[in-house]
Design a protein around this ligand. Structure first.
Ligand code: C5P
Length: 219
């Protein structure tokens, strides 16, 4: 069967990674969480106390930073496992600033294109269908209302024992979407040929089946 590239984009907390992992598992494809790459760099910027506006330093930090994603959904920087750390609030609330730096994006996109070179890949992010793999055979744009997205993240946090304020979460998600959509360099945007799926009132299984049937027509 032909191996293709599947791009899944959309705003924050729309369920992209949950769905992308399941699609990859079903098809036996590799899964690449590009948000984890921007989060990894942000974590290292915070750790090294680099000024968020010092683009030169941030870019040279990235050039020396080895970011590895394995198929157990673990993330490593310079061989250190940072899977949990990159989900911390401090990282979430600064990542869009780091991701808006054009030279950072150029380097990340290059790395992501290398990872997708052999196809058989499900990649999720903000600019996968528009910039990273513009010729992906399947492009999905996942959306959900901000209330639904905040509630899902809130429930997820509660299960992990992390107390969060729903209203604050909503504001943070809206803020991140605004920054990601308004940046000059490859902003969050639905590709013209992407299929939009509103997951607000769909189950995970429902979204998965929809995507698998779209994939079926391509392979
Ligand atoms: O997907 P996730 O919410 O983990 O992404 C974190 C942040 O990384 C996004 O809010 C966005 O600023 C940035 N990002 C990006 N381009 C991507 C993936 C993520 O700018 N392809």
């Amino acid at each position: 069967m032909k191996k293709i590239a599947i791009a899944i984009d959309g705003p924050a907390a729309a369920g992209k990674s949950t769905i992308a992992k399941l699609v990859a598992q079903k098809l036996n494809y590799i899964y690449i969480d590009t948000g984890a790459m921007y989060r990894s760099l942000t974590l290292q910027v915070i750790r090294e106390q680099i000024d968020f506006h010092d683009e030169g330093k941030i870019v040279s930090l990235l050039n020396d930073l080895d970011i590895e994603l394995n198929q157990n959904f673990e993330v490593f920087i310079n061989k250190q496992n940072i899977t949990e750390e990159i989900r911390a609030n401090d990282v979430t609330n600064h990542v869009s600033k780091i991701a808006s730096i054009p030279a950072v994006r150029d380097e990340m996109v290059k790395r992501q294109q290398n990872l997708a070179a052999d196809r058989g890949v499900v990649m999720d992010g903000r600019d996968i269908g528009t910039r990273v793999i513009p010729d992906a055979e399947v492009k999905i744009f996942l959306i959900a209302s901000v209330e639904e997205r905040a509630t899902r993240r809130h429930d997820e946090n509660r299960k992990k024992g992390i107390p969060t304020d729903l209203e604050k979460l909503k504001k943070e998600i809206e803020n991140r979407d605004r920054m990601d959509s308004e940046r000059a360099s490859s902003p969050l945007k639905k590709a013209d040929d992407a299929i939009e799926i509103d997951t607000t009132s769909l189950s995970i299984e429902g979204v998965l089946q929809r995507i698998l049937s779209i994939v079926d027509q391509e392979v």
